[in-house]
Design a protein around this ligand. Structure first.
Ligand SMILES: [Cu+2]
Length: 164
């Protein structure tokens, strides 16, 4: 009887150990190294929420990355109304309104991304249900902004991008 209990304990502890190591394997690293560039990849997923001009918003309002990182942003358009078309632009601090105006002139052919020194990076437009990905090298240390440059969206859909 005593040896049976010891056996059970051994089996239990072996199971426990193997479970523990499995968990470590599936744990997602905070930073991934891009094997091609060997740079640190910082990945974010932002959802574009809402179906009206009143309630549309990004699920993330602040992004913080390290200087020199390779940044990847997945923008998921969760909208269902056909008018809810979104993108994401990273721009110099305090230049959001200026770039938003230029974006309307740039128009849909350029994905509302104006040619401007204040634009760090810009994604294609995502229709409702679509996901677009934006990849770029983090600019130098400082504060930046991000927003949706689809006409009329820039004051509701925006946030801050910090490079440390
Ligand atoms: Cu938008």
């Amino acid at each position: 009887m005593k040896s049976l209990i010891i056996k059970l304990l051994l089996v239990t502890s072996t199971l426990f150990i193997s479970c523990g190591s499995n968990e470590t394997k599936t744990e997602k690293p905070v930073n991934n190294i891009n094997p091609e560039t060997e740079k640190v990849l910082e990945e974010f997923t932002i959802e574009a929420l809402g179906n009206t001009m009143m309630d549309m918003q990004y699920s993330l309002k602040n992004i913080s990355v390290n200087a020199g990182s390779w940044v990847k942003i997945n923008l998921i358009n969760k909208g269902e109304d056909p008018a809810m078309i979104h993108n994401i632009l990273i721009v110099n601090y305090n230049k959001r309104s200026e770039v938003a105006k230029a974006a309307i002139e740039a128009g849909p052919e350029l994905d509302y991304i104006p040619k401007s020194k204040d634009v760090i990076a810009g994604s294609k437009q995502a229709n409702p249900g679509e996901t677009v990905t934006l990849e770029f090298k983090a600019p130098s240390k400082g504060n930046y902004e991000f927003f949706c440059s689809y006409p009329g969206h820039s004051s509701k859909m925006r946030g801050y991008f910090f490079v440390k």
